[in-house]
Design a protein around this ligand. Sequence first.
Ligand code: S3P
Length: 740
Amino acid sequence: MSYSISKVAIVGLGLIGGSWVKGLREVNPTWHITGFDRNADSMGKAQALGVIDAFADNLEQVVAGADLVILSVPILANREILRQIKPFLGSRTVVTDVGSVKGSVAEDIRQVFGEDQPNFVLGHPIAGSEKSGIEAADANLFRNHKVILTPLTVTDDSAVALVSDLWKSVGAKIEIMQVEHHDEVLAATSHLPHLLAYSLVDTLAHQHENKEIFNYAAGGFRDFTRIAASSPKMWNDIFMANKQAVLDALDLFTHDLSELRQAVAQSDSTAMMGVFTRAKVARDHFSKILARRAYVEPMKSQQINYIARPGGSLSGTFRVPGDKSISHRSIMLGSLANGVTEVSGFLEGEDSLATLQAFRDMGVVIEGPHRGRVTIHGVGLHGLQAPPNTLYLGNSGTSMRLLAGLMAGQGFDVEMTGDASLSSRPMNRVANPLREMGAQIDTAEEGRPPMFIKGDKLLKGIAYQLPMASAQVKSCLLLAGLYAQGKTTVTEPAPTRDHTERMLKGFGYDVHVDGDTVTLESGGQLTATNIDVPADISSATFFMVAASIAKGSDITIEHVGINPTRIGIINILRLMGANLELLNEREVGGEPVADIRVRYSVLKGINIPEDQVPLAIDEFPAIFIAAACAEGKTVLTGAEELRVKESDRIQAMVDGLKVLGVDIEGTEDGAIIQGFGEQGAFGGGEVVTHHDHRIAMSFTIASLRASQSIKVLDCANVATSFPGFIELSQTCGINVSTES
Ligand code: S3P
């Protein structure tokens, strides 16, 4: 059925209905609008204000011949009004309402008209003001506000489209919900706060001199209780009509409030801080979501150089920040899980925060991080929402490549960008196999970011032979496999970090690993779990190498992840003669960890076994420093992947080491380094990092064996993986300071 409108009737001339009609009238000046209100005064005012053309004191005259009837009366008045207008409604008259409860109005319609009513479209604008009455009517009240429509299965689609268009014409945005869901959501987000505001004002007004409250209770009281000035009759009806949902919300709140009471009574600061910090983060987050802004604006780049002075030795027992790879995955899988995932030891570095922000942008509530603790309220595999903006992933290749897989399986479009370094990194390694799976992905030239990923594409599982040893590509395809029809199988040419496989299993997902091949199938679920992120062996590497090259050093790095796919650095340093001891080996949440004791020792050059390369892929800048200090020649081959990291790490290290006087030659897939041995030293000078965090940290530790100062340029990106690097370096004996 199609509907057209020339006459509109409004029953109830209050703020909400009055504002809508006022707005509609501005857009459609030729419509004839009649109004009815129990209060004759309101009708007169509505006409005088130009909100309606005419009014009458009987409903028949107002409603007869109307194409659209808007009910805008207190909820409990609806049934009687419906009874009265029933005889005068035409067969094509669309009836809608603006009430805050939908279940009771749907029931009223059933009682008065019976089940099968295609022309009734119930709605609820999420807008308002503590002001009431037709005088406050504002044609712009709904601009950029949501209006929830709750059509039933019997409701005519064209009637829904008509009401939806009318709301859109006054600037509102439409959402469709089930009646019951609407009433539950509104009980918690609107009805309960109103109940609390009324109750608090009433309690305080009883207990104290009124004057005292209004003299002294300015900010907090005023903010919290603004809505207690709303219409009592309207709210009385809402609580009567939505009784059970309000009681459920109130019971939950009462329980939490009594726990908070106990925390105050017992001076339990931890409990109070827990509630307050969680609430603050959630509140800040909601304000951003409401404003449809990305959670965090792109990070501003700062210029920071390090000045590392020669000499020193390392001592002490300490911990380095959490593992970057596991931190990324904890946010991703926690967000897609059902239930609440608690993470401890989370890396609060810019890279993993970029992932965290991306998921907040997609509607996941994530509390923290606070001292490495993060609480993720998972939304399930299909619960992500379209982000308001481009996802900005800063410097983080892991975020972009893993997210590419996940985004390919979503029902919405996404654009992902990053900083200058990330914008020059190859994405076809993930985009091409994802396209084979059915994804639609556009990139800039030569497969560089930004990546545009189209939503709503049906993915099919594939069997993919990785052309390079890359955990990022493997993980990307496995994550896409969660959404693909059939099996997704990835075979790797050499073992790479297996955190995705381990963690998927930890979240209860069926993953089959057979030698070099990993297989999973869609259709499962992730179940929330707790994750204890070990310290990052890649960050520990700088101190392992530093202690190995600086005479007199003796350090212990605690709780370091020693997953077999990550211990290339331990194997390589041991082959070079380093003195490394693994103490207190244990397993934490499915990942092996140990404390690593490192003492100075004389290193020797080696041919680095190629099978260790993927297991130490991020550690080579530091290994180059160790090799330069070793006796004899070190040869690295099979490491061409280093050329496409945050910088071309082979070139960056060759150039920097040459500045420091080292005899080094870069090759296509590695380097040949002549070590200067126990008696030798680096010279001084300025080294260029190409904004690569690991290049910056590697040249910083070189100063321990330098004869003059080393100025390391552009170190701001150390914050991507190792916040606090400078402070920790200073504490354990490296003479380094910053210059910005
Ligand atoms: C990572 C995999 C490695 C590594 C990066 C983190 C991961 O990259 O260099 O820092 O978390 O999966 P590739 O997969 O490109 O080798």
